[in-house]
Design a protein around this ligand. Structure first.
Ligand code: NAI
Length: 333
């Protein structure tokens, strides 16, 4: 089977080429993102492999279907970027990698918490300039602090486990409570209670109509003043201008984000020579108590290996006419 792999970097090529030794698919790597402008590159490829910022809306899927694509293999867990109803209507099957390394994302989440709290990003630059002053670097013990986890699925559960080890008090909000989390003492509460009681709030839910701008001016007002907010889920779960207002007023004391609503214009590319035109992102980057990482939470060798292997196995399952446990459809989504 011919597979067109979009939005690729050298590291994707490396892990997919190795994983393909077991399959021998005809892989073609395209560096550009999959857009209506680049969709022509996918002509005559039965399978198209896409990533988080490839937006597979109805017009793009229609073009793919017309050019013979029958399978979309997402190499990510989130699938908010695919119009599943349109795919179903067009006879395009969609598979994803539901779990590759929840540890990678959870560990990055905790990394953001530790860095913001102990100001390691500032200490790093300061010490390298010969400045050993501690002024401005004061942190707090995580021990016995309350952490609210919004979304306690695979990633949220690992976050809970790690923070349980730190001795944090854990609150969870999830329409489907996770027994594994409850068994280590995560207390499930209503969202408003989680917002009001948490010293640290971490977002680990998917982006859905229910979670879009879940964090907005109104919900931020319900949080403890000086709260730490961490988002490693999807950018649009947070209304970013509302967080900027809250950072200015001090209502949010720390913000750590690995995802940003408008990230597709910038993330995964180098703009260090060009500057940032997005004034919201640029403003965020001015705060000393904000850390932005460029959607790198998943980026470990373990995760990339698993992503490549699972994606190619998904394609093999579908192409051999069998069922694939990682297939998405409108009902299951
Ligand atoms: P999962 O499906 O295992 O868990 C998601 C949990 O969120 C589920 O327990 C679900 O019931 C819950 N949930 C659904 N709607 C909710 C709502 N309205 N409020 C609160 N909780 C809700 O997914 P997993 O693997 O834990 O991933 C979570 C999200 O993390 C993904 O959907 C993706 O958007 C994001 N992600 C980010 C990565 C990164 O590199 N930054 C990498 C991988 C995933």
């Amino acid at each position: 089977m011919r597979v067109a792999i979009f939005s690729t970097k050298p590291y994707d090529q490396q892990f997919f080429t190795t994983a393909n030794e077991r399959h021998s698919f005809e892989l073609t790597f395209f560096e550009p993102r999959l857009t209506i402008e680049t969709v022509g590159l996918a002509a005559d490829f039965e399978a198209v492999c896409a990533f988080v910022n490839d937006r597979l809306d109805a017009p793009l899927l229609e073009r793919l279907a017309r050019h013979g694509t029958r399978l979309i293999a997402l190499r990510c867990a989130g699938f908010n970027n695919v119009d599943l109803a349109a795919a179903e209507r067009l006879g395009i099957r969609v598979v994803r990698v539901p779990a590759y390394s929840p540890h990678a994302v959870a560990e990055h989440t905790v990394g953001l918490i530790l860095t913001l709290n102990r100001k390691l990003h500032r200490a790093y630059s300061r010490v390298r300039e010969g400045n050993f002053s501690l002024q401005g670097l004061l942190g707090f013990d995580l021990f016995e602090r309350t952490v609210g986890i919004v979304g306690t699925g695979q990633i949220g559960a690992v976050v809970a486990n790690i923070l349980h080890g730190f001795g944090c008090r854990l609150l969870g909000f999830d329409p489907f409570p996770n027994p594994a989390c409850a068994s280590i003492g995560v207390k499930y509460v209503a969202l408003d209670e989680l917002l009001a009681q948490s010293d640290i709030i971490t977002l680990n839910c998917p982006l859905t109509p229910a979670t879009r701008h879940l964090i907005n001016a109104e919900s931020i007002a319900k949080m403890k003043p000086g709260v730490m907010l961490i988002n490693t889920s999807r950018g649009a779960v947070v209304d970013t201008p509302a967080t900027i207002d809250a950072l200015k007023s001090g209502q949010i004391g720390y913000l750590g984000i690995d995802v940003y609503e408008e990230e597709s214009a910038y993330f995964f590319e180098d703009f260090s020579q060009d500057g940032i035109d997005d004034d919201v992102l640029a403003r965020l980057l001015t705060f000393p108590n904000v850390i932005v990482t460029g959607h790198q939470a998943f980026f470990t060798s373990d995760a990339l290996k698993c992503i490549a292997e699972t994606t190619l196995q998904n394609i093999a399952d579908i192409s051999s006419g069998g069922t694939c446990a990682n297939e998405l459809n409108v009902k299951r989504a």
